[in-house]
Design a protein around this ligand. Structure first.
Ligand code: TXA
Ligand code: MG
Length: 342
C-alpha cells in the first residue's frame, strides 16, 4: 500500500479535509494530528475498520481505543448516561487534552473497548481533526499512530517511521503542541479517577471535581496478577530500544553520576542547565522546570536515542507536580521502572 502524505500549510482548505474524509468513509486508515500526539484514525462505528487499527499497530485486543468526537451532541449516541459531574468537565476542558471514560451504549462496537462495558471519549483541540470528524459525520477511533509499545508520534515523520506503507494517508499538520497523550479520567466509579495523567492536570481537575483521585497504577508498577483499571497500564509503553534509567537527582549530582559512568553508548537525557558540565553525549528536554517544553520534546528525544544507537540513557527524573506528573508517568514506563539514586 502507498501511504499518501497530505501536508497542511496555512489556512485549512475544505478540499484537504474532504480528501482525508474520503479515505475514512471508504473504511481506510488516516493518521491525523491532534494537540497531544498523532492519532491513527478510522471509523469508530465500523468494527472491521476498528479491527484493522489493532492489526496495523500490533496492539493487544484487550487494550481499548479512544473515540474522538467534534461536538457534545456526538456523545449521546456513544454512552448510556452522562453523569452530572461530566457536564462541568466538558464545559471546562473540551475541546482539549482530556479523555473521559463513561458507560458505553450499544452503538459502540465490542472491539473498541476490548470487552469492557465502558468507552473512552475525547473532543480533540486540534482544528484539523475536528473538521475531519465533522465532514465524515461519524466519530473516529484513534489510538496514538505508532507501532504498539514504541514512543508516540509527535511529528508526521514519526508516523512514517512506524507506519509507512501500512496506512492509507497521513495528514501532516506539523509538530503537536502538547507532545504527551491526553489525561484519561474515569467517571464510572464512586470517585472521579485519573487513569493516565496528561496536560489537564490533577490540580486542574480538583478545581472542578474536588474528589478526583489519582490511580496508583499511574506512578507505581502493577503487582503481579493485579487487574489494572485501564488495560493500557499493564503493557510496556512509550519505550525506545535504548535502555532508560531514571536518576532522582539535582543537576550537579546527576551530572557527576553520569560523567563517572561515561563509556560506550552511554547518554544523558537531561535539562539545559546540565549541558555545560556533561562529558557524555546528551539530549536535552529543554530548560529545567519548563514542563511544557519537556512534554513537547520527550518522544522526539526517545526516538533520537534510538537513531543514535544509544545503549543506555540516564535520565533526570522530573518533579511530579502539575504537568510534570504526566512526564514522570511516561518516563517511568519507558524506563520499565528502573530507577537509581546516585
Ligand atoms: O491524546 C490521546 O489520547 C491520543 C490522541 C491520538 O487522541 N490517543 C491515545 O490513544 O493516546 P491510545 O490508544 O494510545 O491510549 C488510550 C489509553 C490506553 O491507555 C487505554 O488503555 C485507555 O486509554 N482506555 C481506552 N478506553 C478505555 C476504557 N474504556 N477504560 C479505561 N481505559 C481506557
Ligand atoms: Mg498509545
Amino acid at each position: 500500500m502507498k501511504t499518501q502524505v497530505l501536508k497542511i500549510t496555512g489556512t485549512l482548505q475544505t478540499e484537504d479535509i474532504e480528501r482525508a474524509a474520503r479515505v475514512l468513509r471508504a473504511g481506510g486508515l488516516c493518521a491525523l494530528p491532534t494537540e497531544t500526539v498523532y492519532g491513527l484514525a478510522g471509523n469508530a462505528l465500523d468494527k472491521h475498520t476498528v479491527d484493522k487499527i489493532f492489526a496495523v499497530k500490533g496492539r493487544p485486543s484487550d487494550n481499548p481505543l479512544i473515540v474522538h468526537i467534534a461536538s457534545i451532541s456526538d456523545l449521546e449516541a456513544l454512552v448510556r448516561e452522562i453523569p452530572q459531574t461530566a457536564q462541568a468537565v466538558f464545559q471546562r476542558f473540551w475541546p482539549g487534552p482530556l479523555t473521559v471514560v463513561l458507560p458505553k451504549s450499544g452503538r459502540v462496537p465490542e472491539n473498541i473497548s476490548g470487552g469492557l462495558d465502558t468507552v473512552a471519549v475525547r473532543m480533540p483541540g486540534n482544528d484539523i481533526m475536528r473538521a475531519v470528524i465533522r465532514v465524515c459525520g461519524f466519530p473516529l477511533a484513534a489510538p496514538s499512530a505508532n507501532l504498539s509499545g514504541s514512543p508516540s508520534p509527535t511529528r508526521a515523520e514519526h508516523v512514517l517511521a512506524d507506519l509507512d506503507g501500512r496506512i492509507d494517508m497521513i495528514v501532516d499538520g506539523g509538530p503537536c503542541d502538547c507532545g504527551l497523550e491526553s489525561t484519561v479520567l474515569s467517571l464510572c466509579g464512586d470517585r472521579p479517577r485519573i487513569l493516565r495523567p496528561g496536560a489537564v492536570t490533577h490540580e486542574q481537575l480538583l478545581a472542578v471535581l474536588p474528589d478526583t483521585i489519582l490511580d496508583e497504577g499511574t506512578t507505581a508498577k502493577l503487582q503481579k496478577g493485579a487487574r489494572p483499571v485501564s488495560p493500557g497500564m499493564k503493557y510496556r509503553h512509550y519505550a525506545p530500544k535504548t535502555r532508560l534509567i531514571l536518576v532522582h537527582e539535582r543537576s550537579k549530582a546527576f551530572v557527576d553520576f553520569v560523567n563517572a559512568l561515561g563509556g560506550d553508548g552511554i547518554y544523558a537525557l537531561c535539562f539545559d542547565e546540565d549541558i555545560e558540565n556533561l562529558t557524555v553525549p546528551y539530549i536535552s528536554l529543554g530548560p529545567a522546570g519548563d514542563c511544557t517544553a519537556h512534554a513537547r520534546n520527550l518522544y522526539d528525544a526517545l526516538r533520537s536515542l534510538d537513531d543514535k544507537r544509544a545503549r543506555t540513557a540516564y535520565t533526570r527524573a522530573p518533579e511530579t507536580r502539575g504537568m510534570g506528573l504526566a512526564l514522570y508517568n511516561r518516563l517511568i514506563h519507558a524506563a520499565a521502572f528502573e530507577v537509581v539514586d546516585s
